[in-house]
Every structure is written in C-alpha cells, then in structure tokens.
Design a protein around this ligand. Sequence first.
Ligand code: KG4
Ligand code: ZN
Length: 349
Amino acid sequence: MGERLVLGIESSCDETAAAVVRGGVSVLSNVVASQTELHARYRGVVPEIASRSHMQRILPTVQEALAVAGVGIADLDGIAVTNRPGMIGCLLVGITAAKTLSWRFGIPLLGVDHVQAHIHAAFMTRPDLPLPLLALIASGGHTALYLVPEPGAAERVGATRDDAAGEALDKGAALLGLPYPGGPAIQAAARTGNPAAVALPRSLLGPDSLDFSFSGVKTALLYHLRGAGGGSPTPTLAPAALADLAASYQAAIVDVLVTKLARAARRFPVRSLAIGGGVARNELLRARLGADKAFADLALVFPPLDLCADNGAMVAGVGDLLLGRGEIADLSLAAAATAAATSRAPRPR
Ligand code: KG4
Ligand code: ZN
C-alpha cells in the first residue's frame, strides 16, 4: 500500500515540472524547469511562449525526475498529471505526455486538479494534521479559501472577485519598476521599508464576506505614483521611498489575506490552517499568521517553499490518493480552464 510510486507532471502555467513521490508523501525527486526568464520582459505569462517551452522541456524534465529518484518508468504505479485549471495549450502538453507514457507502458493515468494539489501540499507536509482544515490558496492565477474535511475533498468558501493576490503583486511590482515575478521582488524591496508609510486601502467587501478584491489597492498604488511622479505612471523613486511603498503595498495585501482567514477561522469549526500557492512563500504572511491570536488554537501548516510554488510533487501526492481510491482516468482525459469549485468527499459526513 504505502510504497506506491507515482510520477507527477505539472504544466498548467509557466513551470514545467515533474516529480516522483513514494507512498503519497515521500518526495524522491521534484524537478522544476521555470520559464520565468522567458516571460519577464512581458511582465506576465504569455500562453503561446509557455506552451512552446513546455513542449521543449517536458520529456527532459520527466527523465530528470526519474533519474534523480533512481527509478525506471516501469517501476511506476501511476502517472498523475494536472488537467485543470490552467491555460489549455499548456495543460495539453503535460496531459499528452502523461497519456503517451501511460499508454506505452501500461501505467494507470490520474487526472489532478491543480488547486486540489496546492491544498494537498499541506497533507504532504503534515499527514496527521487535525481536521477539518482551512486552506488559503493564493498564487498568480487564483486566490481562494477552502474548507477541507479530509484529504482530496474541498469546498470553496471564498474567492477573489477580480485579481489574484499574486497577480496584484506582479502588477504592483511593474508599477514600482521592480522585476517579474513581483511577489519575491516586492518582498525583498519591502524589508527595509516602513509598512505604515503610505496608507493604501484594504478592500474587505463588507463585514461578513470571505471573498477577496485586489484591484482597488493596485489602482490606489497607481494614483499614488502618479501624484509622486507628476503624471508619470512609473516615476523614478528614491530607494527609501521605493522600500516604503513596497512595504506598504505588501502589508495591504497580506492584511486582507490574514483578515479573511481570521473571519473564516471564526465562522467554521476548523482545527488547522494551511497556506499554499506561490504567495504562500511570503515571509510577512507566514510571520503574521504565526503571531496572530486568532489562529492560536489551530495547527498551522506552512509547506516548504518548493511545495508552495507550482511543482510536480503535489500533483503526484493527489495522484497517489486517486490511485488508492481507484479513480483512474482514461485516454479521454481532457484539459479544462477552470477549477472544480467543490470536489466531492468520498464518504458522507
Ligand atoms: O503558484 P505559483 O508558482 O504559480 C501560479 O499558479 O500562479 O504562484 C506564482 C505567484 C506569482 O504571482 C508570484 O509573484 C507569487 O506567486 N510569489 C510570491 C512570492 N513568491 C512567489 N508572492 C509573495 N511573496 C513571495 N515570496
Ligand atoms: Zn499554482
């Protein structure tokens, strides 16, 4: 049982990734070929460039994942692949590779929801985490809150109405003249800044809402910069002013994430809290959650940084779960642009 070997393939966005996981939790290899440098000049992911690059990198990445893990393809018990949500052209590259290998070597194929995989990183980090779990998944493409009764099941209880948190960081960084991806660049610039230097709005959408909106804070930053630069959207900022603005902008976004998590933790009888997705790498977010009394009674699960950003290990982890349940896909497995809002729990609660 526990010794199943699953290959996980991920190509939904701009990382070509493959990993081998044993027993659902033991990461034998986790190879990520990032395309960041290809997209940096466009300040965002260009779908055609991403899918072309996935095509060039997918097989070498799979081969490297197998080699690092020290396993042959015939040793695998399952081949898991992200089939939703994501850019269709990108998803199709991973799906086609997985189908081809599955068919050629007679290995079960498993279709994995990318958001489910981000949530699952929490169970790979701490398999015995107390349930139910409250999870925040925040990345460049999604920002949402999930109630998780058990591994592999999740109910979405809040989501962004406009930009994702990572998208707001990426666009804010562009306004500040910082490089792409914006999250790490803003985090680095913010370290020497004063987060209270510039008052930026925290859009909470009413006292009860668990939804998010990040377009207002982005616009507020733009107007602030226009004021500072006499109309130019990207004025040249002195280093101290840049640090203050980066710190204020990061704090505004993190404040909203923490506030919504606190609301959800009050509303639902959860026993643990996890974060996932690229924005979950953020050091301020981690520090604020760790220090906030609202979460003192919960087990906090912060997956290691390489399990937060897009990776194949989290896909293999969900794949192992599906294999255990006998939920095998066939060659008709299709790509889908959107996430399933709610995935079913396998047993009634
Ligand atoms: O999960 P991910 O690797 O890819 C998507 O599915 O989007 O997330 C990428 C996002 C980007 O918006 C990036 O700016 C953000 O995660 N990010 C961060 C940090 N590292 C990456 N945001 C805040 N702080 C970080 N340290
Ligand atoms: Zn992701």
